[in-house]
Design a protein around this ligand. Structure first.
Ligand code: HEM
Length: 477
C-alpha cells in the first residue's frame, strides 16, 4: 500500500513537473508577447509626433477644466500648443481636438474615411438599451425629418407656442425664459415625435430628463451619490416609459410620426424592434431638448439686449402677422419670409452656441498638420475654435446679424450644427422652432431684462445663470 502511495506520489510529482514545464511557457509566452507589444507600441508611439498638449489627472483627465469653460479651455490650448490641433484627455479618453476652419473642414470631409461616429461611454450607458448596440439611425433623418414632414410641423409648433403664451407668458409679469423654453421644447418634441399630448405623461418623462442631461457628460464613475449614477437611474426610467408608449403605438398603428418609425426597416431590411425605436426617440428628445431651448433663450436674450435689433425683427414679424387672418397659424411660406430674424438667430447661435462640438474615433492612423493621430484615438471638433476667433469673425464679441448677409461667413467657420455628412439632422427643425418662438414673443411683447448683465455659463449648454428673467411689456394697440 505504502509502495503504491509512494509510487503514485512520485508519479504525480513527475507529472506535475511535466505539466508545469508544459503550461508555464504556454501562459508566459502570450504574456511576454503582450509585454513586448506594449514596449513596441510605446517606442513606436514615442517615435511618432503626437499633437502637443496635456492629459491632466489620471481618470479625471481635463474634464473639470473643460466643463468649467469650454471656450476658455479651447482658446488657451490653441494659443499654448497649436492653432491647428492639440491633445487632451476628456471623458476617460485620449483625444485630439481639431481646431479652426481648416480642422473643421478636414474632419467633416473625412467622415467615414478616417473617422467614425463615437459616443462617450457615459452617454451610451445612460441613454440606450445596451443589447441593441444602437446609436443613431440616419434613416430617421431622411424619413421623419424630411422637408414634407417639417412643413406640417410649422402650424403645430405655432399652435403650441400660442398655448404657451396664454399659459405662461403673461403681460406685465416677469418670466424666466430658460425654464419656459425647456418646457416648450420638450412638450413640442413629445407631441411631434410621439403624439404624446397629455401633460401628465409629458411630465413623467420630462422630470428625469434633467437628471440625464446633468449626468451624461460627467466622468463615468458609477458610485452612489454621483451625477452619473443618478443619470443611469433616470435613463432606465425614461426607457421603461418610452417602451410602454412604443408598444402601445405598435398595437394601434396610427399614422403619426412614431408609427412611421414603427414601419421603418434597418439596413438588413428588418423592422426596427421596440428597443431600437426607443433608442432613436431618446436621441431625438435629448438632442432637441437642451440645445433648442438654449438657442431660444440665447435669441431672446439678444433681442432684449439690443433694441435696434429687436425693432428690425419686430417690423419683419408684424408684417407677417398682419398678412394673416385672425387665428390663422403660421405656415412654411411665412417662415421663408423671416430672413432678417434668421440672421439674428444665427448671430445668436454664433455667440451663444448650444452645442460645443462632437466626438469621433480615428478608424486608421493618419497625419494632420504634421502630427500623427494613432488609430483608435478619439477626436473632437469644437465651435469654440472659430466662432469667436477674430480671423474668422472680425470683432467677434460684437452682435452683428449682417455677417450673414450675402454669401455669409467663410466656409467651416460658422458651425453650430457641425458640417459634412454627420451635420445635425435636426437643423431645420431647430430653425423652425426658433423662428416660430421669435414670432410669438416679439409680436406680443417688448422685452426688458431684470438683470441687465446676467452672466452666461456653460452647463451642458450655454446657460444664463439666473434663467434669464424678463419683464414682458405688451404692445400698445
Ligand atoms: C439649436 C439646436 C441644435 C443644435 C445647436 C444642434 C447641434 C448639433 C451638433 C453640433 C451635432 C453634432 C454634429 C456632429 O457630430 O458633427 C448634432 C447632432 C445631432 N443632432 Fe442636433 N442640434 C440642435 C437641434 C437638434 C434637434 C431639434 C434634433 C432633432 C429633432 C437634433 C438631432 C440631432 C441628432 C440625432 C444628432 C446626431 C447625428 C449623428 O450622429 O449622425 N438636433 N446636433
Amino acid at each position: 500500500m505504502q509502495h503504491i502511495l509512494h509510487d503514485s506520489r512520485r508519479f504525480m510529482k513527475t507529472n506535475m513537473v511535466a505539466i508545469v514545464a508544459y503550461f508555464v511557457p504556454l501562459f508566459l509566452l502570450p504574456f511576454s508577447l503582450y509585454l513586448f507589444s506594449i514596449i513596441l507600441r510605446r517606442s513606436s508611439d514615442d517615435r511618432k509626433k503626437l499633437p502637443a498638449g496635456s492629459r491632466g489627472w489620471p481618470v479625471l483627465g481635463e474634464n473639470l477644466k473643460f466643463a468649467h469653460s469650454p471656450e476658455k479651455f479651447v482658446t488657451e490650448k490653441m494659443s499654448k500648443h497649436s492653432p491647428d490641433i492639440f491633445q487632451t484627455s476628456l471623458l476617460g479618453e485620449k483625444m485630439a481636438t481639431f481646431c479652426g476652419a481648416k480642422g473643421n473642414k478636414f474632419l467633416f470631409s473625412n467622415e467615414n474615411k478616417l473617422f467614425a461616429s463615437w459616443w462617450p461611454q457615459s452617454l451610451r450607458k445612460v441613454l440606450w438599451f445596451p443589447q441593441t448596440n444602437s446609436t443613431y439611425n440616419r434613416i430617421l433623418h431622411r424619413d421623419v425629418l424630411s422637408p414634407e414632414a417639417l412643413k406640417k410641423f410649422v402650424p403645430v409648433m405655432d399652435a403650441l407656442a400660442r398655448e404657451h403664451m396664454t399659459r405662461h407668458w403673461r403681460p406685465n409679469t416677469v418670466v424666466k425664459v430658460l425654464p419656459l423654453s425647456k418646457i416648450y421644447t420638450f412638450e413640442l418634441a413629445c407631441r411631434l415625435f410621439m403624439s404624446v399630448v397629455d401633460p401628465r405623461r409629458v411630465k413623467k418623462i420630462y422630470d428625469p430628463f434633467s437628471e440625464v442631461t446633468r449626468g451624461i457628460l460627467s466622468v463615468p464613475v458609477d458610485l452612489p451619490g454621483t451625477a452619473y449614477r443618478r443619470a443611469i437611474r433616470a435613463g432606465g426610467f425614461i426607457r421603461a416609459e418610452l417602451m410602454r408608449i412604443v408598444e402601445q403605438r405598435r398595437k394601434e398603428m396610427q399614422r403619426d410620426f412614431l408609427s412611421k418609425m414603427v414601419m421603418l426597416r434597418d439596413e438588413d431590411g428588418d423592422f426596427l424592434n421596440e428597443k431600437k425605436i426607443c433608442n432613436e426617440i431618446i436621441v431625438m428628445l435629448l438632442a432637441s431638448y437642451d440645445t433648442t431651448s438654449s438657442a431660444i433663450t440665447g435669441v431672446i436674450n439678444h433681442l432684449a439686449q439690443f433694441p435696434h435689433i429687436y425693432n428690425e425683427v419686430f417690423k419683419e414679424q408684424m408684417a407677417i402677422a398682419e398678412s394673416k387672418g385672425p387665428g390663422e397659424l403660421l405656415t412654411w411660406d411665412d417662415i421663408e419670409k423671416m430672413k432678417y430674424s434668421w440672421n439674428v438667430a444665427r448671430e445668436s447661435l454664433r455667440l451663444m452656441p448650444p452645442a460645443v462640438g462632437a466626438f469621433r474615433e480615428a478608424t486608421t492612423e493618419f497625419t494632420y498638420a504634421g502630427f500623427t493621430i494613432p488609430k483608435g484615438w478619439k477626436t473632437f471638433w469644437t465651435v469654440h475654435s472659430t466662432h469667436k476667433n477674430p480671423d474668422c469673425f472680425p470683432e467677434p464679441e460684437r452682435f452683428d446679424p449682417s455677417r450673414f448677409e450675402g454669401s455669409g461667413p467663410a466656409p467651416y467657420t460658422f458651425v453650430p450644427f457641425g458640417g459634412g455628412p454627420r451635420m445635425c439632422p435636426g437643423k431645420e427643425y431647430a430653425r423652425l422652432e426658433l423662428l416660430v418662438m421669435m414670432h410669438n414673443v416679439v409680436t406680443r411683447f417688448r422685452l426688458e431684462k431684470t438683470i441687465p448683465n446676467e452672466k452666461i455659463v456653460y452647463h451642458a449648454t450655454s446657460t444664463p445663470v439666473h434663467g434669464l428673467p424678463l419683464r414682458l411689456h405688451p404692445h400698445q394697440k
